[in-house]
Design a protein around this ligand. Structure first.
Ligand code: DGL
Length: 277
């Protein structure tokens, strides 16, 4: 018997950007990834809906896979449901993700940092508190990239970039001047896990001097530390088939995303249908 897997969850394919970092940081572990694409996007729905879905997915994963830890690889779900999930599952280490304002504040030289995320994340109480705590000399410019996560999902299955690119142009131009001159935004926090999947196209538009902050590796390090603190790190090498993909929808975008962004790991694995009670 192999040790229990780590559960990773997102509304759809966005969590693949975090899973990529987790696989690199924890190659000996087994992972099970759930995308809730039948109920996505989360970012434009209310807290109550996202919380109910997040609860259903976690309960389902515990029931079917006996996971030993859980990574909420979705900023929107962490903001809406992180606390509720931790209160309800006190025996399970749960790792959430939030827009990387602190790394953004440390990186900026002009003192102006854009935060790209969903409407749900940016309107949350959790984000308000985080922003208040870190503002001071740094000005954060939050911008909700409405429609972008959905466009990235659709593009993963269709391969057609036009709609995503048009939205990217629209959202990035709404930020105002980007660059390293005084008064310009020199740092952009990617506060939705879908966005790092198209990081090179974002960088093309911001120009090379603007720093993009992707929190995937920091989340992976934190996960490793938390597992170690709980004595839960795998001690034997996982079998080569160490990843299972689940999807509440048709799984098309997820299997395309996994084979594109996970360097072939997931091509070994079919996406399984995932039904929640
Ligand atoms: N990937 C999710 C996040 O990090 C949200 C995408 C969605 O709107 O469903 O916020």
């Amino acid at each position: 018997m192999y040790p229990a897997p780590i559960g990773v969850f997102d509304s759809g394919i966005g969590g693949i950007s975090v899973l990529r970092a987790l696989l690199a940081a924890l190659p000996e572990e087994r992972f099970v990834y759930a995308g809730d694409s039948a109920h996505a996007p989360y970012g434009e729905r209310g807290d109550e809906y996202v919380t109910a879905r997040s609860q259903a997915v976690l309960e389902g994963m515990r029931r079917t896979h006996g996971i030993k830890a859980y990574v909420i690889a979705c900023n929107t779900a962490t903001a809406a449901a992180g606390r509720v999930l931790r209160d309800q599952h006190t025996d399970l280490p749960i790792i959430g993700i939030e827009p990387a304002l602190k790394p953004g504040a440390l990186a900026t030289r002009t003192g102006r940092v854009a935060v790209l995320a969903t409407h749900g994340t940016l309107s949350s109480e959790k984000f308000r508190v985080l922003r208040e705590r870190l503002s001071g000399p740094v000005e954060f410019i939050p911008h909700a990239c409405t429609g972008l996560a959905s466009a990235i999902e659709k593009e993963a299955s269709s391969g057609i970039q036009t709609h995503t690119d048009a939205l990217l142009d629209q959202h990035l131009s709404a930020l105002g001047p980007l660059g390293t001159e005084p008064g310009q935004i020199d740092t952009v926090v990617l506060g939705c896990t879908h966005y790092p999947l198209i990081v090179s196209r974002i960088q093309q538009r911001t120009g090379p001097t603007v720093q993009l902050i992707d929190p995937g590796e920091a989340v992976a390090r934190h996960t490793r530390d938390l597992l170690a603190a709980h004595g839960l790190l795998a001690t034997t090498q996982a079998p080569s088939l160490s990843l299972e993909l689940l999807d509440s929808g048709d799984g098309q975008a997820l299997s395309a995303a996994a084979s594109r962004w996970l360097d072939g790991v997931a091509s070994l694995t079919k996406v399984q249908a995932f039904a929640t009670a």
